[in-house]
Design a protein around this ligand. Sequence first.
Ligand code: AMP
Ligand code: MG
Length: 345
Amino acid sequence: MNNYLDLKNTKNFSEIDKPANVIKKGGLVLFPTETVYGIGANGLNSDAVKNIFIAKGRKQDNPLILHISSFEMLNLIAKDITDMELKLMNAFWPGPFTIILNKTNIVPDVVTGGLDTVGVRMPSNKIAFELIKQANTPIAAPSANISGKPSGTNVQDIFDELCDKMDFIIDGGNTEVGVESTVVRVIDNVPVILRPGGVTAEDLKRVAGDVKIDKHVLAKLENTEKVLSPGMKYRHYAPNSKCVLVYSDDNQKLTSKIQELVSENKNPLIISSTENISKYDVPHVLNSGSSKRPQEIAQNIFRLLRKVDSYNPDIVIIEGVKEEGIGLAIMNRLIRACEYNYIKM
Ligand code: AMP
Ligand code: MG
């Protein structure tokens, strides 16, 4: 395949000009970022951006994030930036941090779903950063997955799903963070988390002094409610199998509840922390990582959610994690994967 670049084990990026040219010409490029893989297109070319929506089957009103490699690019697409917004960008860029800003006229409506704001991020992944720099344009990129499915954190997981739809694929191995960027909007000088991610509420509080978390990060959205971020409305990250999320701060209670659910089902599959695996007597238990290192669980979770259907389980029982640090982002994704089927004790 000559439209495939393997950069898994090399720091030699001399061939990134090829996918960068694909972006310049209006094509779609699958590329790694530090969070998850993205499907990238020239963010200032409406026709190219439309093809992202078609490839993913994404609803038109769910806006895309523009990825940049410099503050010059930022000034091209965003305006009226406040001191607090600048402070946050300086603290968390490059990195897994997206900020919602007022957009300039150059940003096509198709990127923002008609909103007058735009989500902007400067990624730290060297491949992503170099791709944007060489394409010399902001790159619009949602997570690499068909809408509703778990995001891709390595090329193998999403190859069959997306390869026909891409003009170029860059393989950068497994992504580092494993869940998407933190999406923040500053309201009345306070950062409000619309989607938790790699930059935590605690990190934001350290820089801004205060932080708010939108209630829809963990709570279900009612039909009549207005949302600050259209992505909150949609089904996400879900396997085809029925899933249930279980969590308690008391590990004994957690494992007992899961054993009870196991006894009620014929072919349960459990996604368990490393520490609890030996407590479950079922044929299928997947190891999500150590509960002492939630970062490990974040890295693994989408890969595991993509795997569960192959076991044909009648139920997937998933151990939750504490809703702090990166744990808030993990729980935000798991609650949606389980379609709000969440037992908290
Ligand atoms: P994804 O592209 O899959 O990483 O999802 C991007 C997320 O950013 C979605 O939840 C969007 O709703 C959110 N987002 C992007 N642009 C905006 C915006 N202008 N205002 C609010 N949320 C946004
Ligand atoms: Mg997504």
